[in-house]
Design a protein around this ligand. Structure first.
Ligand code: PXP
Length: 239
């Protein structure tokens, strides 16, 4: 069985649209865990567009499974991660103008910074993962430079998720290839980005991928399947 870490960022996106107190990502995380998610993922972005530092503090208290914090390799984020001690940190590239994480880290150019941050987190017992595209050279570089401090990597499944037919099959092959490379090197392998119920099956079937991180499709679906009850509740309240 592949583990599922539910990313609740977009529950916070909806909350921040009104700067309201709801919907609460902590409540969403509790529901996700009750339904079988083995962990919760959040991305505390430098611009705080969705998840806030207070959400991290509260989730640290409430999450029963693995709390995975996605973050940029900045000093600010490193300090925050060390303060709250999530079970895992996934280091991601972050560009201010991007809508969502675009592409994995280029370890060949940013590897030194990654190692510097990973060293500090690892010393506090935080599992460190890095988000990378399914390119063998990234895994080779990780194995030869950072595997003392980085326990694993998350494969960016975006190219697979946005492809169809033969192109999707080719992307899946790349994911399987880097998974095998990582496992051979003793690393843990995670994957995610753009996965939904229509495309998740083949990725979940790749042996050795420990966990999938899925957010946007789950939160989007939750809005629609919850609409019926929400409208009924409002009509009841109107009397
Ligand atoms: N993994 C990483 C590193 C991400 O940045 C994201 C998006 O926040 C995800 C997984 C989840 O992607 P999605 O929201 O498309 O399921």
């Amino acid at each position: 069985m592949t583990d599922l870490s539910v990313n609740v960022d977009h529950v916070a996106t909806l909350r921040q649209a009104r700067k309201a107190a709801y919907p609460d990502p902590i409540e969403a995380a509790e529901i996700a865990e009750r339904q079988g998610a083995t962990g919760i993922t959040i991305h505390l972005r430098s611009d705080r567009r969705h998840i806030q530092e207070s959400d991290l503090a509260r989730l640290r208290q409430s999450v029963k499974g693995k709390l995975n914090l996605e973050m940029a390799t900045t000093e600010e984020m490193t300090t925050i991660a060390l303060r709250y001690g999530p079970d895992q940190v996934s280091l991601v590239p972050e560009r201010p103008e991007e809508v969502t994480t675009e592409g994995g880290l280029d370890l060949l150019s940013s590897g030194e910074r990654v190692v510097a941050v990973a060293k500090q987190l690892d010393a506090k017992g935080i599992v460190v993962s890095v988000f990378v595209d399914p390119e063998p050279r990234q895994i080779e570089h990780l194995l030869s430079t950072a595997s003392d401090y980085v326990a694993g990597f998350e494969i960016n499944t975006d190219s697979y998720s946005s492809a169809e037919g033969a192109a999707a099959a080719a992307e899946l092959q790349k994911i399987a290839q880097v998974t095998a490379m990582g496992l051979d090197g003793g690393l843990r392998v995670f994957a995610g980005h753009g996965l939904n119920t229509a495309n998740v099956g083949p990725v979940a079937s790749i042996p050795g991928i420990e966990e999938l991180n899925i957010g946007h499709s789950i939160v989007s679906r939750a809005v629609l399947v919850g609409m019926e009850q929400a409208v009924r509740e409002m009509l009841d309240a109107m009397g």
